[in-house]
Structures are given as structure tokens and as C-alpha cells.
Design a protein around this ligand. Sequence first.
Ligand code: F6R
Length: 578
Amino acid sequence: MCGIIGYVGPGKASQILTDGLKMLEYRGYDSVGIAVLKDGKLEVRKDKGMVEEVSSALAFTTMGGNVGVGHSRWATHGVVCKENAHPHTDCTKNIALVHNGVVENFSKLKSELSAAGHKFSSDTDSEVVVHLVEEYSKTQPPLKAFMRAIGRLEGSYAIALMSAADSEERLFLARRNSPLVIGVGKGEMLCASDIPAMLKYTKTFVALEEGDMAILSRHGYKVYSSDGSEVSRKQITVDWGVEMAQKGGYPHFMLKEINDQKHFISESLASDVTGARKLMDKYDRIDIIAAGTSYHAGLMLACLLQQQGRNAQAFIASDYPFITSPKEKTLVIGISQSGETADVLQALRHAPKSPKLAITNTVGSSITRLVDHTVFLNSGPEVGVAATKTFTSQLAIVYKLIYGKEKLGGLPALIEKMLASENHVKAIAQKLASKENVFFIARGRNVPIAYEASLKFKEITYIHSEAYPGGELKHGTLSLITEGVPVIALAPKDDTLQKLFGNIREAKARGGLIVSVTDDDEVRKESAMSIPIPSGLDPILYPFALIVPLQLLAYHVSVLKGINPDRPRNLAKSVTVE
Ligand code: F6R
């Protein structure tokens, strides 16, 4: 969840780290800090706050030096304050460390180190690691001391560390259950939690594997497995451009990414699903595991497979281990845009004997190493915390798996048409921005879209929102529908409309403010406000027509309320803790 970056080379480390942290801020944004080495001396600047404000208040880029580490934090241990911000240093202030993850045995290690005389300046679990390295460095050379310290850790970690006492300018890296990627430049080396932070410098990367450790110097890198032996890891190249991870003139990444959907949908539809389809045909039972938005794509896949008479079910990843015991004959499909969501990775590990398939956006991500086959979304980097373009890409892959590509040719044009409703959606957003509760209703295959629209709405507007299959309203929720409470009905003219119309009338009769997304004139007449769907659409494409304006609705309500939709409170992209 936290963002890590490291640099060693001829460039100005503080500038490269600060730029990188701006790109990584979506991983965590409660505090930020960098450490650089200059003339054998370590300098650390850090504080709570967003990258932009802290880096300018503390003048990060005035720091000299060609090697350094940086961190943007999403608090797990200890409150948000300067002391708990990374980098952390040892007692001698010679070693600096940044860490993402949770050191589960930190209290035992802390007692041991305290007894040996170490003084701690934060409440974090991370700080124990730098003191452990300090302790072992008293008797061992830097790499050995680092490896020995890493060997003591339980839990998850992505670590970058450097030492003023080291005879060379080097970074020491380690990863387990938290992402860390090496960027291979020309005469310079980088590391970061995510590829976008390094795109300006290189397109060649090495994703460290579980338990790996590594050393970076400006001349190259060496990777070691957990037993300390040197290993070789595959280099990958990506064709993402730097501009893909920039706002490109839009006020927010989220709005850019919503608009990007018209392009990336074609890239996703071009993704090769033949291997995945073969796997799906081979097994009788299919378990789909995912979290958040990806779970909604998973629900859609399960729904479409069930409509074909297949035995398929979608599970919330974090609950999967508690409610299932997958057999060898079950195909387990993990859906995760980041490929690093701890809940999803853990759920996949819960099915050791089952064949596995991943649907992800991230080349070289952890999920790809846990499965037999991967389908890539090809959506380019997604920076906004709220998933948008990767959701429609996931839907596109799901649809291609079920229907083949032939029926989906009209998707880019459909998305473009739905994007054109933005001004109209904005006017509706003005009517909703002052509400305290919002309900979304739909039926059948439109229900996963209602869940997704509701999640998007609540996470970036802070307005309480729930979604239901319309038929469920009368079984309890109707008691909450009073005068003026918005009920957003996903009401396309498909086989669900007649029944959903009944639910719309029920809600309206209780004073509900009906907002519909529809191509039906009667529904439109019953609605206080309505977003039009183009007429004559192939019914299977309705889910795409529904989600795009509802993403825009969430975005505009968020902006009207003065919230930054790219950085909703308490959340982070890529949730690497369970
Ligand atoms: C919501 C959102 C999250 C993610 C969830 C899973 O807008 O982005 O709900 O969908 O954390 O993330 P991935 O797909 O990376 O596994």
C-alpha cells in the first residue's frame, strides 16, 4: 500500500525520488519522506502530508547526492506523524530504510534490540528492520548483515535500504508478499513498488520474486534468493509511455481514465483469451476470487457462466479461505487489476491443488507467478484510486471469454456515446451532492454494475450508498426510502425491465427521487431525472452503457463536494495487506 522508490546513478537523486513519489502517491498519501547520501553523509527529510506539500515545504529537491530512497506512507502501525514517516534510520543515523508491508514479529524483535541498547524513535514495525541491520553490521559486511536481518522477518515486506558506511553507493532490496520492481537503466538503476514511477528512465524491469533480495549499484544489479545464492530473474519490457501515467490536461486522473476507456477497450478486446477459454472448458466447477471493483467483474463472469448452465461462483477473496475447500477439479480464476492485492493472492494460495487463471493489468505482478495462465487487460497504468478503465477492461475480457470478440465490435463507439452525456450527468450530480443516502437498483446481469456504481459513488463522494437487486427492496430496504431519497435505477430495455419497473414504482410511491439510466420512454417519464442509453443496442452490451455515466456521476459529485477523487480518504490503490 505504501509507495517505495530508490535510485542510484549519475542523476540528482532527490529530484528523481520526488518525481517518482508523485507518481506513486496513489499507493498511500498520509506522509512522505526521502533520504539521500552525499559525500558519505546521510540526510533525511520527511513529514506527514501529501507529496506536493511536504516536498516543497521541506525543499526535497535542494538535497544533493546521487543515491537515495523515498517513501509515501499508508499507515498500518502507528499514527500519522513525522516520526512514523519513512525513511527510518538506525541509532548511528548511518543507515536509512523504507518499508512497505507488515513485520508481524516486530514486537519480539523490538524487545530484543531494546535489550541490546537500541533506541527507537517511531512506533512503526518498520524501524526494527533498520536497527536489526545495524546490529548485524557490527560484525558482518553490509550484504551479509542485510541478508541476516531479512532472514529474521516474519510477515510481508518490500524494503529498500542504504548505508553511509558502505564502501560503494548501493541499494539493498528485499521483498516478500509486497511488490518491488527493479528498473534497469543505462548507467543507473532504480527500484519502485510500481512500474509507472520509473517509466521516465527505463522500459526494462525485473520483478523480484517472493523472498528475493537484491543489490543495485549504478553499474547493474544482482539478485539473491532467500537462501543467499545468486539467481537470475527474467527482464521484462513494457510499452507504456510516460504520458499514460500523467493527467494529459484533465483535472484528475480519474476523469482522464474514464475518458481513456474509449481507447483501452479495444486494447483489452485484442487480448488473447484462447488459452483461458481452453482452461475454462476443461473444468466443471469455476471459482472466481477478487476484491472490490474486480469482484464486481467476477460477479459478472459468474453470472454469464451460470446463464450458460455452468457451475461457477464468485467469492470475495478475503472470505474465500473460510468458506471453501477447492478440489483439484475446480478452476480458480483470480481477477486483480494490480495483481498485488494481498487478499486475492492469499485466496489463490488457499487452492494449492487447483489449476489457476489470472486476469490482471500488471505484467510481472505477483498474481502472474501464482497461476498457470494469465490474461492481461492491456489498459495501461491506472493511477486514480477508484478503478474505472480497468473495470471496463475486465468486463471486456469477461465478455470476450463468454461471447467471443465478434459481438463486441461496437463497444468503443458505445463508450464514446456514453461519455458524451457528461454535461447532462453533471447537472444530475448537482442535485445529488447534498444527499446523505443513495440507493442503486438493477436486476439480473445489471446487478454487478449497480454494485460497482454504488462502490464508486461511496468511495469518492463519502455519501452512504447501497446497491440491491430491485426485487430485494421490499424485503427490508424500502423502509429507508422516504421523500427525496435518490434511487438510481439501472433500467435498460432488456429482459429485466418489466420487473425492475415495478420496483421503480414502489420506490417512487414512497417519495423516492428516481434517477434512471435507460432507453425506455415509460421509465423516463416515471423518473425525476434520466440518463439516456442509445436506442437499438444489442442487450448484451447494456452493462457497458450503464457503468460509464455512473462513473461520471460519482466523479462529478465528488468534485462538487470539494473532494479529490484521485485520493479518497483512508484508501489506497493496490491493497497489499490482508
Ligand atoms: C475501487 C477499487 C478497489 C479495488 C480492490 C481490488 O474503486 O479500486 O475496490 O478494486 O482493492 O484491487 P485489485 O483489482 O488491484 O485487486
